[in-house]
Ligand binder design. Structure first.
Ligand SMILES: [Zn+2]
Length: 282
């Protein structure tokens, strides 16, 4: 494995009932922070994994039908917390970001895409084809707000399955070596959303598995505590979702030292995130 440097932070959050997101949870609202990762690669430069919330979420949900999305999901985001602002605070201009990996097209993962004019985007074949196919008026029913994604996405996107080198994997069957240099291994984790992708990376200190929304809480793969069945309505495939969780569970047993990071499980990363980039932490 070729080592990288990793930084993790969050940009905004939405509120959701804990008992919807996990069986036997409290009836209270909890914060679902929008996690993103920044990777420093020795030859590819800076690479983003997801792009958090931005204030564009408010613009795009002001009128119907997208307003229904905002009514269901109370979102809090201030400009100071957006990815581009956090990068600028650390002396990085968003034009320097040349690569952005998108786990899936839900709004809390793609709001910042338009802030990176020089980036190539990487996503799965199925995620892109759903995004391109779904009519604008219906997209919100799949958690997608089409204007959040750059208009020239088709010219700027690389399909992970076509672009990367396939590798056999004992648990995930196959994974994708993104740059064919063993630095970033992309793992298919479908179910929550169509074609969702996670990634495996290693720094000089640790291995990390960013699993996006394959689980919302670590208890899903640790204790088999799944979300309330009510959320099935919003998932692409409950069967695939459960299969992905089972694979993460197996992975965690055979790789106990790898830090597994679900995008909305604050307990998994509260000590690992920061708005100040210090490549020596992770
Ligand atoms: Zn999602």
């Amino acid at each position: 494995m070729q080592l990288i440097d990793l930084h993790l932070s969050v940009s905004g959050y939405c509120l959701a009932k804990e008992n919807h997101s996990i069986q036997n949870g409290k009836k209270e609202n909890i914060k679902f922070h929008a996690l993103w990762g920044l990777i420093k690669h020795s030859s590819k430069g800076l690479i983003l994994f997801d792009t958090g919330y931005t204030k564009r979420f408010y613009d795009e949900t002001r009128s119907y039908p997208n307003r229904i999305y905002a009514n269901l999901t109370k979102v809090e985001i201030n400009e100071v917390d957006e990815v581009k602002t956090q990068l600028a605070k650390n002396g990085i201009d968003s034009s320097e970001i040349k690569h952005v990996i998108i786990s899936h097209f839900h709004a809390d993962h793609v709001c910042g895409m338009n802030d990176f004019p020089n980036a190539t985007f990487y996503c799965s074949k199925n995620a892109l084809s759903q995004f391109l196919r779904i009519p604008k008026k219906l997209a919100f029913t799949k958690g997608i707000l089409k204007n959040l994604v750059p208009k020239d996405i088709q010219q700027r996107v690389k399909i992970i399955e076509d672009f990367s080198k396939k590798k056999e994997h004992p648990i995930f069957n196959e994974t994708y070596d993104l740059f064919s240099d063993e630095s970033i291994e992309i793992v298919s984790l479908p179910g929550h959303a169509v074609g969702q992708m996670g990634l495996l990376v290693g720094t000089s200190k640790n291995n990390y598995f960013l699993v996006a929304d394959a689980v919302w809480h670590k208890e899903a793969y640790l204790d088999d505590r799944l979300p309330n069945p009510i959320v099935r309505l919003f998932f692409h495939s409950w069967k695939d979702y459960k299969e992905s969780i089972l694979k993460i569970k197996k992975f965690s047993h055979s790789n106990p030292d790898t830090v597994i990071i679900p995008s909305h499980c604050s307990a998994s990363y509260e000590k690992l995130i920061s708005t100040n980039i210090n490549w020596d932490v992770l």
